[in-house]
Design a protein around this ligand. Structure first.
Ligand code: NAD
Length: 492
């Protein structure tokens, strides 16, 4: 009876499929993984538990499609990708709801940020390819060099769970636009919008141009990154996974782009525009429940305004509503998984052990009714920690920030640069000279001055130190996904 009930329950559940050779298919092994809805903590769909056989089929299909796709005119490739954009935009609400249900983020956020940005990624590279040119180097009367830039072949694109469709398309779009074929793997924690994208692409793109395989990182991800017919890998995720992939890819001489973890500093000087700094620091701390690689998790405030800033910040954080993601008034939704929620809560405990004082938050939130088993955590602000304690050194990736005062630029640079990460930083000051000086001295790939998350897709995006290798965005991405060849012609 119980078996019958389970069969019935799973039969009713939406089943995600792989996208291989233009078709939506079951994994060869016929196995599935449960997919949870963070808002309720309940299983709501099934994800293919694919293995190396599915990866093999996808790579074969992408290799077969490569000669035709890579030689199709860029105008035709562009036009096909723009049709994908149109379909995403036509289905904005459906995509936003799917993203929110899969990830736990407020649906208003997915509608305002994630899904429009996914469409924008495709549009940006579909039009960017029309303007992409290669270099020439003249040696006056001796010779002329020109550089050919050719698509490489089958590209692996692997993405994390925090901005699922946003980051997935950020990789796929440039890879396809320049003429590669792609085998992509979304996070097994948030696979739904990648599946919805596959449904669209199956009607638009030639078979094999894009393949999407679902499943675990240690199975699908590693089969893909170690595959001898995959010469280029673009990965976004944790630093440890990035190191694992680099270990596999390096001896095979694969081209590698790694966008990894962060522990970003927010540096707030006394001469800042107080209200602007306050309100944007609230966003950079808690947007997407603090689960954005660019979120600032360490707030350093210059002493003369420390108490005033702290008081206003804590008051505003305490007023933030944590609620179910479908409620338009929820400022924060659910964390992505039970395991991740437990990790965040364990860091709150660690901060207490390390001598920190919780100024607000610090606890799991229990919501009544159908959301009672969801994974919610209060936005949390902690004071009184040493700049180099574990809470301030390790990536938590949740709604937890620390706050501390500083007196001099030298001191705050010591704090800001103390971690092994170097993705992004934010500086708030009205002193132009200081802003430039700080931007020069701070160790991060991205520096925002008097703003946060203001993105021009043409700019180089990426981190230094353990935050990654290589840059995404604009022509950097198109260069990454092409192989340059120099041709030197003698003029004598
Ligand atoms: P993760 O490293 O656990 O997983 C990322 C992806 O890699 C998933 O699709 C996973 O299945 C896959 N994977 C896991 N093991 C693999 C392996 N051995 N080989 C190949 N693929 C494998 O990361 P996550 O928990 O999904 O994401 C959170 C992390 O991502 C955080 O550290 C965050 O800072 C980082 N992140 C970085 C950026 C950036 O631009 N630098 C952006 C977003 C998130």
């Amino acid at each position: 009876m119980q078996g019958h009930f389970l069969y019935y329950k799973f039969a009713l559940m939406e089943k995600i499929l792989n996208y291989i050779d233009g078709k939506l298919v079951d994994p060869i092994g016929g196995k599935y993984i449960e997919n949870f809805e963070p808002a309720t903590g309940k299983i709501y769909s099934m994800i293919p538990d694919s293995d190396e056989r599915d990866v093999e089929l996808a790579v074969e299909s992408a290799s077969k499609a490569f000669p035709a796709w890579s030689t199709l005119s860029k105008e035709k490739r562009s036009a096909l990708i723009l049709k994908v954009v149109e379909e995403i935009e036509n289905n904005l609400d459906e995509f936003a709801l799917a993203e929110s249900r899969d990830n736990g983020k407020p649906v208003w956020l997915a509608r305002r940020v994630d899904i429009p940005r996914a469409a924008k990624n495709f549009r940006f590279f579909a039009t960017g390819i029309l303007h992409f040119a290669s270099e020439s180097h003249s040696m006056e009367k001796t010779a002329i060099n020109y550089t050919l830039r050719s698509p490489i072949g089958v590209a692996a694109c692997i993405s994390p769970w925090n901005l699922p469709l946003y980051l997935f398309t950020w990789k796929i779009a440039p890879a396809l636009a320049v003429g590669n074929c792609v085998v992509a793997k979304p996070s097994e924690i948030t696979p739904m919008t990648a599946y919805k994208l596959a449904e669209i692409c199956a009607k638009i793109l030639p078979p094999g141009v894009l393949n999407i395989i679902h499943g675990y990182g240690h199975k699908v991800g590693s089969a893909l990154t170690s595959h001898p017919k995959v010469p280029v890998i673009s990965f976004t995720g944790g630093t440890k996974t990035g190191a694992d992939i680099a270990r596999v890819a390096a001896p095979m001489f694969k081209k590698l782009s790694l966008e990894l973890g962060g522990k970003n500093p927010n540096v707030i000087f006394a001469d800042c525009d107080f209200e602007k700094a306050l309100s944007r620091t609230l966003d950079s701390s808690f947007d997407n429940q603090g689960q954005i690689c660019l979120c600032g998790s360490r707030i350093f405030v210059e002493k003369p305004i420390y108490e005033k800033f702290k008081k206003a910040f804590v008051e505003r954080v305490a007023a933030m509503k944590v609620g179910n993601p479908y409620d338009e008034n929820s400022r924060l939704g659910a964390l992505v998984s039970k395991q991740h929620m437990e990790k965040v809560l364990s860091y709150i405990e660690l901060a207490k052990e390390e001598g920190g004082t919780i100024l607000t938050g610090g606890k799991q939130v229990r919501i009544d009714g159908e959301y009672k088993d969801g994974w919610y955590v209060e936005p949390t602000v902690i004071e009184g920690l040493a700049y180099n304690c574990r809470t301030n050194m390790e990536e938590v990736f949740g709604p937890l920030v620390t706050i501390m005062p500083f007196e001099t630029e030298e001191e705050v640079l010591l704090y800001a640069n103390a971690t092994e990460y170097g993705l992004a930083s934010t500086i708030w000051t009205e002193n132009l000279t200081r802003a430039h000086r700080m931007a020069n001295e701070i160790h991060s790939g991205i520096v925002w001055i008097n703003c946060w998350l203001l993105r021009d897709l043409r700019t180089p995006f990426g981190g230094v130190k353990n935050s990654g290798v290589g840059r995404e965005g604009g022509f950097e991405a198109m260069k990454f996904f092409t192989e340059p060849k120099n041709v030197c012609i003698s003029l004598s």
